[in-house]
Design a protein around this ligand. Structure first.
Ligand code: ADP
Ligand code: MG
Length: 254
């Protein structure tokens, strides 16, 4: 076994896995550039740290289960008159996550609620936060099957451990009493520990009807609005404005 192979094995034992896989290149580079021992060691450490961060990011991105990859950069503020550039930047700086603020994004279909929520979620993952995205339907399913399937249990555990939970299309579906109860308990667990982003095309005062039980609705709302920023997005549906016609051209209709 060559010394390089021995070194790689040693590095794997010490869990410098990423660096061990690229050690030959790293050594070659240092030799070519005549780097000092200090610089070489520094580069090695930095390489491992960067690789680990990238892996963490990939893992968190996978766990988050975003339905699409939509970034804040791709969110065109000129298309969304109800939000200023300054507000968007404030949301994007993510201090509200540290302050355990919730966000409620309201507005009719197609105005960019889900896009904005995903964009904030992806940014948060980049900054090292743990994020989970879920539709209301999937969430209720997971809650009802938590004791039955390992998949649901794992998913809910990740949610309880996350810094940010995005619940998309809240109240899209009517819930029965058991579902509303399970939902309340989850919100109660998350309250004061993580930020929640909710999107909905219904105003909070209408949520009660869909949850069925006014007492549970009040209890849920209390926890959500304790620290909340409510953002009304409006305007025309971006989808409708930018719909493609059959000739493949965008027809911008206002
Ligand atoms: P909502 O969740 O409010 O129904 P979406 O976020 O799903 O709307 O937006 C519908 C489509 O329009 C998505 O493809 C989204 O990326 C796009 N979209 C909406 N608003 C904007 C915007 N301001 N800038 C860029 N794309 C947008
Ligand atoms: Mg949506």
């Amino acid at each position: 076994m060559t010394q390089l192979n021995q070194l790689q094995e040693l590095m794997r034992t010490l869990r410098f896995v990423e660096t061990s896989n690229h050690l030959a290149e790293l050594i070659k580079q240092a030799e070519k550039n005549d780097h000092s021992y200090t610089k070489f060691l520094f580069d090695i450490m930095q390489y491992e740290q960067k690789s680990r961060e990238e892996k963490q990011f990939e893992k968190r991105l996978k766990w988050a289960t975003f339905p699409d990859y939509k970034t804040l950069e791709a969110f065109d503020i000129k298309e969304q008159q109800s939000l200023s550039k300054k507000q968007l930047n404030q949301l994007g700086d993510l201090t509200w996550i540290d302050q355990l603020y919730n966000l409620v994004l309201l507005g009719p279909p197609g105005v960019g609620k889900t896009h904005l929520a995903i964009g904030l979620g992806i940014k948060a993952i980049y900054e090292g936060y743990k994020v989970i995205f879920t539709s209301m339907g999937d969430l209720v399913h997971a809650l009802k099957t938590e004791e039955i399937t390992r998949k649901s249990k794992t998913r809910l555990n990740r949610m309880r451990d996350a810094d940010l939970i995005i619940i998309d299309d809240l109240m899209f579906m009517a819930m029965d009493q058991q579902e509303a109860n399970l939902f309340f308990h989850l919100i109660n667990d998350l309250h004061d520990r993580s930020s929640i982003v909710l999107t909905s095309n219904k105003a909070p005062k209408e949520w009660g009807e869909l949850l069925g039980d006014p007492a549970i609705t009040t209890a849920i709302l209390d926890r959500i609005v304790h620290r909340v920023e409510i953002i009304h997005l409006n305007g025309d549906s971006y989808r409708m404005k930018h719909r493609k016609n059959i000739f493949g051209q965008e027809s911008v209709t206002n």
